[in-house]
Design a protein around this ligand. Structure first.
Ligand code: SF4
Ligand code: SF4
Length: 92
């Protein structure tokens, strides 16, 4: 049986030109306190969202622009593509 192997952290395989301002924001951080399961912390394949000390930390520099967070929390996550010249480049 063919077994797929993934590196622990796939980001070194990608190229991300990180802007100095985030392309991800929250409409209201208080909403996250009331969010029971905090699905953004496990739906994001790149661990952009982390729950730390009663607040949501957004590691926007890790974003691989997959769009999953927009599907799971359109009410509170504001996501835009990074500015031109920034963001991810995929090498196939
Ligand atoms: S961003 Fe959305 S899914 Fe994530 S903790 Fe806040 S309300 Fe919940
Ligand atoms: S677009 Fe994808 S990689 Fe970027 S923060 Fe949302 S879920 Fe994570």
């Amino acid at each position: 049986m063919l077994e797929a192997k993934f590196p622990e952290d796939p980001l070194p395989l990608l190229e991300i030109n990180v802007d100095d301002t985030s392309h991800i924001a929250l409409r209201d951080p208080q909403n996250c306190l009331l969010c029971a399961n905090k699905p953004c912390t496990y739906i994001c394949p790149s661990q952009v969202f982390e729950w730390e000390e009663e607040a949501l930390k957004i590691n926007y520099s890790r974003c691989v622009e997959c769009g999953a967070c927009q599907k799971i929390c359109p009410e509170n996550i504001i996501w835009e593509y990074p500015r031109a010249g920034y963001g991810i480049t995929y090498h196939y």
